[in-house]
Ligand binder design. Structure first.
Ligand SMILES: [Zn+2]
Length: 309
């Protein structure tokens, strides 16, 4: 069942994190919807501009609408991830999205506010929620490539003014996570004290963590065993740290890299172990099944009472 993004986030705040999965193809949409239905936890289905360019927006929207029929118990909303001004306008006009992210975080503070608040006005006119970003994440994902030197943590002192002036509904922050498979390889880890400070200033306001995949080492090792070459220095966010972040107001947790690592491992393994086979259905089916399990487990892991009793 499709729900407004803000309703999903408000229900979750302080109790559990809502996983937001980036999807590109039918197998991922199957796995994400199936896993959410098993977990009985809501999800946010995210579409990046790169995903829209890959299959066309019409294909993605058609597949998501079909998934909602195949998995009727899955509660979800559809979100545009990392939109620029034009992407956001097109998503707001098209009516399929419950929320958009306006990513003007690379701009100066004043310009970020003016671009973000403009999108908020247009989105709110149509009942669509807006995620804005303050601070700059490092990493590489799709069309985004920010070096560690250019990244900067969110400044809690700027957050209240930013929210008041933009009127955005949720805020993506830079607190040590990064995009892609080379997370935190040289960084200082998750900055929980920044989240704690932001929560004191903005109690109840949903915070969004980008680049929040776990990047399990055994997954990287299996990929590399079958011919991959991914740095084993990569390190994502561990489950206990994530739960602490959720207590400090993180409500939406963006996960893209973990889905890609599972895809890569299954396909490398398949082509390597059975080089005589060439049927896309075989690894595709395995991917749907493994992704369903992964999403189920991931969603369950984001309930903060997990470690309290
Ligand atoms: Zn992101």
């Amino acid at each position: 069942m499709k729900l407004p993004t803000l309703e999903i986030l408000k229900n979750a705040y302080g109790k559990y994190g809502v996983a937001a999965f980036n999807v590109f193809n039918a197998e991922q949409i199957h796995g994400v919807f199936g896993g959410s239905q098993l977990a009985e936890m809501p999800i946010i289905v995210q579409i990046t501009p790169a995903a829209r360019n890959y299959t066309t927006p019409e294909f993605l929207e058609g597949m998501i609408s079909s998934a909602a029929k195949v998995y009727p118990n899955t509660e979800f909303s559809v979100h545009l991830d990392h939109g620029n001004y034009e992407h956001c306008l097109s998503a707001i006009d098209n009516g399929f999205y419950g929320s958009v992210m306006i990513d003007a975080s690379h701009e100066e503070f004043e310009k970020n506010i003016s671009i973000s608040s403009d999108i908020v006005k247009r989105a709110h006119d149509k009942g669509i929620a807006v995620e804005a970003e303050l601070g700059v994440l490092s990493g590489v994902e799709d069309d985004i490539n920010i070096s560690a030197e250019k990244s900067k943590y969110t400044d809690p002192d700027q957050v209240v003014e930013f929210i008041e002036r933009t009127q955005c509904d949720s805020l993506a922050v830079a607190v040590g996570t990064s995009h892609g498979a080379y997370k935190m390889s040289g960084g200082k880890g998750l900055q929980l004290s920044i989240l704690e400070n932001i929560q004191k200033l903005l109690p109840g306001f949903p915070i969004v963590l980008h680049g929040a995949s776990n990047v399990p080492l055994d997954e990287i090792e299996k990929i590399n065993k079958y011919g991959g070459n991914i740095s084993s220095k990569a390190k994502g966010v561990d489950e206990k740290e994530m739960l602490q972040a959720i207590k400090f107001g993180v409500t939406k947790i963006n996960i893209a890299t973990d889905l890609r690592l599972i895809w890569t491992r299954i396909h490398r393994e398949f082509f390597s172990i059975t080089p005589e086979l060439f049927d896309p259905v075989i690894p595709g089916k395995t991917y749907i099944e493994e992704l369903t399990k992964f999403v189920n487990k991931k969603c369950q892991s984001l309930k903060i009472n997990n470690y309290e009793n």
